[in-house]
Design a protein around this ligand. Sequence first.
Ligand SMILES: [Zn+2]
Length: 293
Amino acid sequence: MKTLKQYISEAQEKKTAIGHFNISDTVGLWGVFNSARKLKLPVIIGVSEGERDFIGAKQAVALVKSLRTQYDFPIFINADHTYSFERVKEAIDLGFDMVIFDGTELSFEENIRVAKQCVEYAKSQKPLFGERVLVEAELGYIGKSSKVLDAVPEGINLSDEYLTTAEQAKRYVDETGVDMLAPAVGNIHGMLAKWKDPALNISRVAEVSEATGVPLVLHGASGNTDADIQSAIKAGVAIVHVNTELRVAYRSTLDTTLSANPKEVAPYKYLAPSRDAVSQVVEEKMRVFSFLG
Ligand SMILES: [Zn+2]
């Protein structure tokens, strides 16, 4: 099996993207894995600090690696949105394949300082599974929600002058040495309830990609149009994150299942339709990210 870094470079060369899907439990994990296996595409499982605290960070790593070994399948695990060096270090020590340092609420200089510390720590560790842990970092604020939103959250400005610039991005990548960069290019975390998310700034994606040379990661792709996501992939995005749409599929299917079966108490029975609903969204997304039609 190739390493995660090789899969990411391969996606970048082919101008496709690897899907990154968040989970909170094994319902989500099997939902994602079943579709990845069906389409024979590499996949990244994401767990935020909240999600990994719920599953157990060590248990999340063990679950994903057990699927990788048992099925000889390229499924990887990312410590999504990690807000401190201490928690990045913890994720690296636990054997995550990649980790995201999110310093978007820090000043630019402080964001650089901590991201650099994370990269140095990752590089100093002996690789546990063939390659060292990859470090992604974020530049530009896109919110923190994985919810269905009524409006673009406060603090996010989608005007061009607030998006990550090629110049900032280049300096950030050069100084920190991060493997991947998640820029603010008009994307927002979460998704809007009543209409599709605002259009992405594709020319900005291309400029940042050109200036930095590292694979870009698109966060908050729930709610963006397929066409917009595909244009971003062609412009340099190699990983696309989806969370909220999976949560909505899980929850709305659970509501329907419970009201249709009010007396069912076996979780593995009333949760199975939610697992399959997650699978369906994952399959649709992976087809978009790989231009499978
Ligand atoms: Zn994100």
